[in-house]
Write a protein that binds this ligand. Structure first.
Ligand code: FES
Length: 167
């Protein structure tokens, strides 16, 4: 991946190559790439002079880390009890169908969207709940609502792409 080693090295240097900062380093790498590329993990192990198994161990232990590429928009559908009984599964199915995601596939090929199910998001009173990039919370969703939400995100993604092409 072009520039990856340099980017990762900058992050490591900001943490003064401290092994005790391994989790923070991994968090920053993931923030930048939306996942932890293998090449980055290998580079971190070499740069910190620790066994690769230690870096992989931490990266796979914590649920916050992903070794698989994720989309620009991460849509989480809560499937905790309250959301499940209020139709979360239909919301999830509508999203997967619309995005052409097959069973066990969470991310679209163009890396724009990732759809995940999660257990209780702590907003059961708003069930069924959907979040976008862990920043926006949408409650009392229906399959129709979530498809409208998706259309809005698709328009936003297209507008960003147009801007990036012009720049
Ligand atoms: S079960 Fe979905 S927010 Fe609690």
């Amino acid at each position: 991946m072009p520039g990856l080693q340099q980017d990762v090295q900058e992050i490591i240097q900001r943490h003064r190559s401290q092994v005790s900062h391994l989790i923070a380093i991994l968090q920053e790498v993931q923030q930048k790439y939306r996942y932890l590329p293998e090449e980055a993990l290998a580079h971190i192990a070499t740069a910190l002079n620790i066994p690769p198994a230690m870096v992989w161990g931490v990266a796979t232990f914590y649920a916050q880390f992903s070794l698989k590429p994720k989309g620009k928009y991460i849509i989480r559908v809560c499937n905790g009890t309250a959301c499940h009984v209020r139709g979360a599964e239909h919301i999830h199915m509508a999203l997967c169908k619309e995005l052409g995601l097959k069973e066990d596939q969470e991310t679209t090929a163009d890396l724009q969207f990732t759809v995940e199910t999660v257990s209780c998001l702590g907003a059961c009173g708003l069930a069924p709940v959907v979040t976008i990039n862990d920043r926006k919370v949408y409650g009392q969703m229906t399959p129709e609502d979530v498809l409208k939400l998706l259309q809005g995100l698709q328009r936003e993604a297209e507008a960003v792409e147009r801007r990036e092409n012009i720049a």
